[in-house]
Design a protein around this ligand. Structure first.
Ligand code: CAA
Length: 260
C-alpha cells in the first residue's frame, strides 16, 4: 500500500510507520488521518504484523498537532467532524490488538501528543518537546487530550498542561509518567525496535488479550476487572499459542507462536 503522507518499513513482524509531512512538521490534516486509518486497519488485519512503531519524519517533529492552516478554515460543524474523525482513528489505535509504540523524536504538540497518548506507550528522545497548546489558539484539545492525558497523569497535572498550554521536556514528560523512557535521538529508534521485537516474539494472542484486559479493565471496578482477566486467561487455554508456549518452556526450546 502506498500513501502520500505516511511511510512504512517492515522487519520481522514489526512495522515502523512514519508520519511524513516534514514541511508542516508532520501536522495532521484530513488526508493524513484518512490514510492513517486505512493503514492501521490494514495492519490490524495482517496476521504477520505483531507490533507497530509510530514516529515522525525528520529530526524536528513527531507531529506538531492538527494542521492549523486546515483547521483555521473550518466551520463549526466541520470542526466537530474533524475532532470526531481524529478521535475515531485514535480510538481504533487503542482498540487494535497489536501494540503501538510511539517513538517521539521531536515536537509532540496538540494532536501530536494526543496521537502519542493513543499509543500503548511512549519512548521519547531528549529532543522531544511535548504539550497541549490548543488554548493558545483559542480552542481545546480535540483528539482525546482532555480525557486521555487526565486518565494517564491525573487531573492536576493535566490541568496545568492544558490550561497553560506550556511545552515540557522529554525528561519532565518521563517524570510525569507520559513517556516511559528518554533516549538520545540516535538511540530512540533502536530502543523502540528492541521493545517491538520483544513483543513480536511473544504470543500474539497473549499480547492482544493483555492489551484488552488492561484497556477495558480501566473502565471497570476492580472485581469486574479481575473476573474479566480470569475469563481471558481461561479463553487462552483453548489456543494453540498457550499449548506451544508452555510446551516450549518444558522442552527448553524457543516457542513458535502462530496466533491461533
Ligand atoms: N499546523 C500546520 N502547519 C504547521 C504546524 C501545525 N500544527 N506546526 C508547524 N507548521 C508549519 C509552519 O507553519 C511552518 O510552515 P511554513 O514554513 O510554510 O510557514 C513549518 O511547519 C515549520 O514550522 P515553524 O516555522 O513554525 O517552526 P519553528 O521551529 O519556528 O516552530 C513549533 C516549531 C514551535 C512547533 C511551531 O511550528 C508551532 O508552534 N506549531 C504549532 C503547534 C500547535 O499549536 N499545535 C497544536 C495544533 S491544534 C491541535 O492539535 C488541535 C487538536 O487537538 C487536533
Amino acid at each position: 500500500m502506498e500513501f502520500k503522507t505516511l511511510l512504512q518499513e517492515r522487519e520481522a513482524g514489526v512495522v515502523v510507520v512514519t508520519v511524513n509531512r516534514p514541511q508542516a512538521l508532520n501536522a495532521l490534516n484530513g488526508e493524513l488521518l484518512t490514510e492513517l486509518e486505512s493503514l492501521l486497519r490494514h495492519l490490524e488485519s495482517d496476521a504477520s504484523v505483531r507490533a507497530v512503531i509510530l514516529t515522525g519524519a525528520g529530526d524536528k517533529a513527531f507531529v506538531a498537532g492538527g494542521d492549523i492552516k486546515e483547521m483555521a478554515a473550518l466551520n463549526s460543524h466541520e470542526a466537530h467532524r474533524f475532532a470526531r474523525m481524529g478521535q475515531r482513528v485514535l480510538l481504533f489505535m487503542e482498540k487494535m490488538t497489536k501494540p503501538i509504540i510511539a517513538a517521539v523524536n521531536g515536537y509532540a504538540l496538540g494532536g501530536g501528543l494526543e496521537l502519542a497518548l493513543a499509543c500503548d506507550f511512549i519512548y521519547a528522545s531528549t529532543a522531544a518537546k511535548l504539550g497541549l497548546p490548543e488554548v493558545t489558539l483559542g480552542v481545546i484539545p480535540g483528539f482525546g487530550g482532555t480525557q486521555n492525558l487526565t486518565r494517564l497523569i491525573g487531573k492536576n497535572k493535566a490541568n496545568e498542561l492544558i490550561f497553560t498550554g506550556k511545552v515540557i521536556s522529554a525528561e519532565k514528560a518521563c517524570a510525569w509518567g507520559i513517556a516511559n523512557e528518554v533516549y538520545a535521538p540516535d538511540e530512540l529508534m533502536a530502543r523502540a525496535k528492541e521493545a517491538a521485537a520483544a513483543i513480536a516474539k511473544a504470543g500474539p494472542l497473549g499480547v492482544a488479550y493483555a492489551k484488552d484486559a488492561i484497556a477495558n479493565g480501566l473502565n471497570m471496578v476492580k472485581e469486574d476487572g479481575l473476573r474479566y482477566e480470569a475469563s481471558l486467561l481461561g479463553i487462552l487455554y483453548s489456543t494453540g499459542d498457550q499449548k506451544e508456549g508452555m510446551a516450549a518452556f518444558v522442552e527448553k526450546r524457543r516457542a513458535t507462536f502462530t496466533g491461533n
